[in-house]
Write a protein that binds this ligand. Sequence first.
Ligand code: SAH
Length: 354
Amino acid sequence: MEKKDIKSLTLTELKAEMAALGEKPFRAVQLYEWMHRKLARGYEEMRNIPAAMKTKCGESYHYTVLKTVAVQESAIDGTKKYLFALSDGNMVESVWMRYKHGNSVCISSQVGCRMGCRFCASTLDGLVRNLSASEMLDQIYAITLETGERVSNVVVMGSGEPLDNYENVLRFITMLTDENGLHMSQRNVTVSTCGIVPKMRELAKEKLQITLALSLHAATDEKRRKLMPIANQFTLAELMDCCAYYFEQTGRRITFEYSLVRNVNDTRKDAETLAALIRGLNCHVNLIPVNPVRERDYVQSERQAVEAFAALLAKKGINATVRREMGRDIDGACGQLRRRFLDNSSAGENLSVN
Ligand code: SAH
């Protein structure tokens, strides 16, 4: 039988597990604190835990740790991109960004992705597997240890579709915001989805104070279907209803992500259609010039088109910002570093990063 993953257990679950092993409840509290507050990379660091208990835990559970395979640092803005190896050798990417209001980490929620968005590098080889809660937490823990700085914001916007790994992502949020762990505020957590309507509705019912970002990228069903296969399953009308429901349930305004692709979704007409689509919704629009991916032929919108698009939304009273591109010089787009690494290592070359 596969061993249980000890770092994916909530404190309540850990207490029950320790009781079953014949340990006192305070031992579970100590253990949890080592794992999720002191960010121990193994039992050997846990000074106040008896050796016999460490041995028992080692035999009964799997303890996840990430291995840093590569780090790229942007010469432009100090953004760092990490490539981590998981225990089974699979690799995921995370990004660390420094903003005026604090440090932000963008984590992956799956190895690969099965959503198939046309402009995205993460999905080119499909889904390999879901990440566990501990593997998502570990990305933040590893970066905190490596930078020596507190992470104040987390965005689940790396590789993978978080709502396609719903249970683990929810568990991850619970543990990340738990007062016995890093105790991050829910308001500082953003989950980005391509728009799996039933899961968005389920999430709304949790009434979390996180921000939900919806990757829209087009304002008509026809255009969206060309960019995102998920649009064949859910119409924009269904999505907009769902966003209104999300706001109603949580009181949290939705963020719409809109990647601007030259001559595909960046015209004045596109901006007008978008404004009409989201009018009346309590929302914010993030405009992102698309990150070119080697395997795809999408091109970034011209600066002028981006500005005109933003200006038109503003004129219609829609809150919009053009997202500053971070780490443009370091394989910025989701999944690009991992792909480059996999490509190069299978070709027997050494990738030199750092
Ligand atoms: N699956 C989730 C989260 C991961 S993608 C989602 O779809 O939202 C995070 C964001 O990056 C999404 O808005 C996605 O559409 C966008 N994205 C992916 N590839 C991109 C690229 N090459 N350029 C710009 N944005 C991209």
